[in-house]
Design a protein around this ligand. Structure first.
Ligand code: MLT
Length: 261
């Protein structure tokens, strides 16, 4: 566990392995720990840099609202502080929204990028209202009730009986998110624009991974934009959380994509 404080907001990150650099971004109310079952499967061949995004884990949680652009800029500052020029950037869900913002503005810093259970589409009107409600709720009640209610729905059905340890781990990570951080990030997601053009216009290789049982970013949304350099995979039976539900299959897709570059 390390911390970058040279420029911008202090960011805690995990730095494991050696080789071509993979930067792995977590989703909403997650942390670097979201990747804890995947990194051990990749670190033999890649250097994995896994930050806690602004407002999450042990990184700083300033007053929000945040923007997705700020989350992406924190990643840029981290790469600058580490002296890393080019990476493969992969983001889970909110981390995917962040990866798209990064790819839109800093493509020269990427060898490739990818979305894991994420999508280029913005929130619709009802979705934006839910974000506002989530931000107000976590500030009012703390993060725990929201995470307790939501996390079981991020997995494919019956997670509590099929994979109680994995569900419990996701709950514990979520409970650790500071309310001000969760609220700031919910409002950042509310304001994110459509970034389909980032995928359609990119000259970079792109990896898109969806879960067949994902209710948040189902395959039709995850694959809403593509181009000739896009590799698409559906993890059968996985919900929104293949990082916990199918880490081996997820790591296999990431490794073979990154090795092919
Ligand atoms: C996430 O996992 O980051 C969120 O579920 C994404 C979202 O709500 O759009």
């Amino acid at each position: 566990m390390q911390r970058q404080e040279q420029t911008g907001l202090p960011i805690r990150y995990v730095d494991r392995g050696e080789g071509p650099v993979l930067v792995l971004l977590h989703g909403f109310v997650g942390s670097a720990d979201y990747w804890e079952r995947v990194v051990p499967l990749l670190e033999g061949h890649f250097r994995c840099i896994v930050p806690d995004l602004r407002g999450h884990g042990e990184s700083e949680a300033p007053e929000g609202p945040y923007t997705i652009e700020q989350l992406a800029d924190d990643v840029l500052n981290l790469l600058d502080a580490l002296g890393i020029e080019q990476v493969v950037l992969l983001g889970h869900s909110m981390g995917g929204y962040t990866a798209l913002s990064f790819a839109e503005r800093y493509p020269e810093r990427l060898r490739a990028f990818g979305l894991v259970h994420s999508m280029p589409l913005p929130d619709d009107v009802a979705g934006k209202e839910k974000r506002t409600a989530v931000a107000e709720r976590v500030l009012r009640e703390g993060t725990k009730p929201f995470v307790e209610q939501s996390a079981p729905n991020w997995f494919a059905p019956n997670a509590a009986t099929r994979m109680p340890a994995e569900l419990d781990r996701v709950l514990q990570i979520g409970y650790g998110t500071k309310p001000v951080g969760a609220a700031g990030a919910a409002l950042a997601m509310r304001e994110r624009p459509d970034r389909g053009h980032v995928i359609r216009d990119s000259q970079l290789p792109i990896l898109l991974i969806a879960g067949s049982e994902d209710g948040i970013a189902p395959p039709e949304k995850a694959f809403a934009a593509e181009n000739a350099h896009t590799s698409k995979f559906v993890i059968e039976g996985s919900g929104h959380m293949s990082l916990f539900e199918a880490p081996q299959e997820l790591a296999r897709h990431i490794a073979s994509f990154a090795e092919s570059l």
